[in-house]
Design a protein around this ligand. Sequence first.
Ligand code: AMP
Ligand code: MN
Ligand code: MN
Length: 313
Amino acid sequence: MKKAIDIIKKYNKFLIVSHKYPDGDSIGSQIALALGLLKIGKKAYIYNEDPPTDRYSRFKRINLIHTDKKDFDEEVIFSLDSAELNRIGFIKDEIDFTKPIINIDHHISNKNFGDINIVKPYYSSTAEIIYELLNRLTELDEEIATYLYIGILTDTGSFRYPNTTSHSLRVASKLVNYGVVASQISEFIWFTDPPARIKLLGDVLQNITLHDKFSIMYVTKNMLKNHGAKEEDTNEFVDYGLTIKNVKATAMIKEREGGILKVSLRSRNDVSVQELASEYGGGGHKTAAGFTYKGDLRVLKKELEKKLERIVN
Ligand code: AMP
Ligand code: MN
Ligand code: MN
């Protein structure tokens, strides 16, 4: 932490990247860090492969997130919420990694690829780490607190997942003291679903396969098309697979263009799905992991059913 503070004090222009398909923790951590840097008179540029999903459209500062590099001439690179540099996607090719890299993350599988690595796997979210960093740099305010809160709220599944600790709740409480209205942030993020999402959810829940201790669901391109829905409309559907009594693990397979399948895995605290995701070249956390796969949906579903059967028993 001290070394990161020294670097921030020494340089002026900071590029902030995160993983592709950025989630609330990516977006919240990146914006909070950028706002903190701007506040102490530095320049910051957030660059992501993909724009924020519609869920985040009501937060004004998402305008700080760019999906083009323009001509920002960074001196230092912050990588947030990404276990390895490949996770940031093709934008990797446009960045000069000979510049100092500060790697801030909470994935246990983090490769420590930075010149400075602040990796805390026991933290709920990258936002929780950024909170500590910013506290050492400047005075927080309501706006910064809002974006940090988004990160913690989304990565803990609204303080329901096993990564919800007394520390994450304490940080959230401090953020509320800065004026964050917790219910309003939940409203902005969770009560803005397009009707197509709910109709699609109906279809997806219809096709759930229920086994003794695990469940599995899928969504095809056709199902999306039938409802005029986008892939992002299926985010968090995987959670339903775990709400069932006795189910210890669940998988959700999403069909993408070009024969690509995206798999989300979730488990109860006594089962780990992280190793399963790693087997397929993905990663994540003990109870929330994912990977992409090229191949046939039915074949992968069968394969996953065998593997899930094994890990829940
Ligand atoms: P998701 O199922 O996309 O919500 O992802 C759950 C967790 O798994 C996140 O914390 C991600 O960091 C991780 N994850 C998802 N997809 C991948 C992937 N292709 N490679 C590495 N980690 C992933
Ligand atoms: Mn993330
Ligand atoms: Mn995260």
